[in-house]
Design a protein around this ligand. Structure first.
Ligand code: AQP
Length: 332
């Protein structure tokens, strides 16, 4: 079975619809056909300031949401990044292989550091794409299911893996991005020119999966569309309605062309009302399941410990080989 690896940050509290449709939904599907490793990336979260108590709670919350979304610890390896120390260790090695200019070109860093203010952005934030490289290479992943915003980091991963293999001999699998076109980028409901994002979106543009379903329904009903009334998918000219059609299509498994037909001559209001209902039907059980996992933290922690143990066996082997190839003297 080909292997996949991906991660999600525990910072948001609640996952948003972009995280779910762009990434987590694919993770759930891929656990059936792939050897899947998924993690809550707490080491990435601390590249920006975190309150310790909240970070701990959010890490459990992220794991609970992944399970609620359908990850099954019997079918995949689910763990917390900091439970596997090899991530930080291989991260350092990869830092030593990355050019300063190369890291400076990462657009996610540029965006995130601009939001932080140049003086407040940390070196950790600067090198977080390189830690991501280590995350992926440790597991010899063939594919990495992510949203479009992560494509550049997968390119960096490929470059560094090739560089290492070229210098020290075949060590790492070269991974490919696994990005589904329809959900590669979910847009803000109020501003379909920007991606839905916890830091850039306004509260009305951001659908948090753990929000009160009534609030979610309202956000969907008041989503920005455009001035004409034709329901047609055209991402360029009609980004608002196209975003809604994409979300609707994915959540219900209905082809966009079928939706266009269904709503022909009906206007945006009807589509938004129906989509609001679809969203409510999706988030209501999702919230309940998340809460069930949170109500039993001991079971949750035990499950994560088991996942980390499984992950470590793979990660430790890759790291040992990497150290050896580079000529680091083994401790006797
Ligand atoms: N709008 C989106 N559409 C599709 N996929 C998305 N992802 C995030 N936003 C969208 C994908 O979600 C996965 C987890 O991402 P993360 O843990 O890195 O979360 P994030 O990128 O911090 O989420 P935000 O909201 O985008 O955060 P900020 O505001 O910090 O930029 C990834 O696979 C990502 O592609």
């Amino acid at each position: 079975r080909p292997r996949v690896l991906s991660g999600i940050q525990p910072t948001a509290g609640s996952f948003h619809l972009g995280n779910y449709l762009g990434a987590v939904r694919q993770w759930v599907a891929l656990q059936e056909s792939h050897d899947a490793f998924y993690m809550v990336v707490d080491l990435h979260a601390i590249t920006v300031p975190q309150d310790p108590k909240e970070l701990r709670a959010n890490t459990r919350l992220a794991a609970a949401q992944l399970l609620a979304a359908g990850l099954d610890p019997e079918r995949c390896t689910l763990f917390v990044q900091s439970h596997v120390p090899e991530h930080a260790q291989l991260g350092w090695i990869m830092n030593c292989l990355t050019g300063f200019g190369e890291a400076s070109r990462m657009t996610q860093f540029k965006d995130k550091s601009a939001k932080q203010g140049a003086d407040r952005a940390t070196v950790g934030l600067f090198t977080y794409p390189v830690l991501q490289v280590a995350d992926i290479l440790l597991y010899q992943a063939d594919q990495v299911p992510v949203g479009e915003d992560q494509r550049q980091h997968i390119e960096l991963t490929r470059d560094l893996a090739e560089r290492f293999n070229g210098r020290f001999g075949e060590t790492f699998t070269i991974p490919a991005p696994y990005i589904i076109r329809e959900t590669a980028k979910i847009f803000d409901l109020q501003d379909p020119a920007i991606k839905m994002s916890k830091s850039a979106s306004t509260p009305k543009g951001l659908v948090n999966l753990l929000d009160d379903p009534k609030v979610t329904a309202k956000k969907v009903r008041s989503a920005v569309t455009d001035t004409d009334t034709v329901i047609r998918f055209d991402a360029e000219k009609k980004p608002g309605i196209s975003n809604l059609l994409g979300i609707y299509s994915t959540l219900t498994g209905t082809a966009v062309t079928d939706l266009e037909q269904k709503y022909e001559g009906k206007g945006y209001g009807a589509l938004k009302t129906d989509l609001a209902e679809v969203m409510v039907e999706f988030v209501t059980p999702f919230r309940a399941r998340t809460q069930e996992y949170l109500d039993d933290p001991e079971t949750l922690d035990a499950l994560l410990a088991k996942g980390a143990e499984k992950a470590r066996t793979v990660a430790a082997e890759t790291l040992a080989r990497t150290y050896d190839r580079m000529g680091l003297l083994p401790a006797k």
